[in-house]
Design a protein around this ligand. Structure first.
Ligand SMILES: [Zn+2]
Length: 213
């Protein structure tokens, strides 16, 4: 089985560095989906720069992480939440322009995207990266490891959403990575194709169930 790791909602300087130390110790490459406005803090920006320098991929996880595109479907919201975040990420973005919408706890429904957001993702040649494993590390900071190890065993290729936030959950990241190794998982940086509905602006699979009318 394959497992891809992603870390959302950061950077949170101290925790992001802690995660980077753990990933380096285990030789694991991942992707960090950043909340754009967090980058206004120089310490956070430096942590994101280190992540990129360590070979991790850097994606856009909206400007404010406070409003869903489908809940505020005007073009201005799409411009701010996607475009302004991308401007702040700037040269850290790699590979290409990865974007992950705000899913208010990992929910994939019609609030995830808007027509204006979809148009912007196509126009600016974004790659939209969704997920298929959400172990709720943010509200189960001690239990998420066992939840996630059981979940990833149920599918061939899991794309796991974790968070480099100060919840204490990342204290258990070493145990999680040891568990994956013990289970014989192949931890890869690339994304499972069924979690990537848009690649470089090209729509590859139907998004109608994720776009507000
Ligand atoms: Zn998020």
């Amino acid at each position: 089985m394959k497992v891809t790791l992603t870390f959302d909602n950061g950077p949170t300087a101290a925790v992001t560095h802690q995660v980077l130390d753990t990933l380096a110790a285990h030789g694991v490459q991942s992707t960090f989906f950043l909340v754009g406005e967090n980058l206004r803090d120089p310490a956070n920006r430096a942590a994101a720069g280190r992540a990129a320098g360590d070979g991790h991929w850097i994606g856009n996880h909206t400007l404010t992480h406070s409003v869903q595109l489908g809940d505020s479907p005007d073009a201005g919201t799409a411009r701010r939440e996607i475009g302004e975040a991308q401007r702040l990420i700037g040269e850290l973005a790699t590979p290409g322009r990865l974007f992950r919408p705000y899913g208010r706890g990992g929910i994939q429904d019609r609030l995830l995207l808007s027509r204006a957001g979809l148009a912007r993702l196509r126009r600016d040649k974004h790659t939209c990266v969704l997920w298929n494993s959400v172990p709720h590390d943010w509200d189960d900071p001690d239990g998420w490891v066992d939840t996630c190890l059981a979940d990833v065993a149920t599918r061939d290729w899991s794309l796991v959403v974790l968070h480099d936030l100060a919840t204490g959950a990342m204290d258990h990241l070493p145990r999680f990575l040891e568990g994956l190794a013990g289970a014989g998982a192949d931890v890869v940086q690339d994304f499972p194709p069924d979690c990537v509905p848009i690649r470089d602006g090209r729509v590859l699979r139907s998004l109608e169930h994720l776009v507000a009318d």
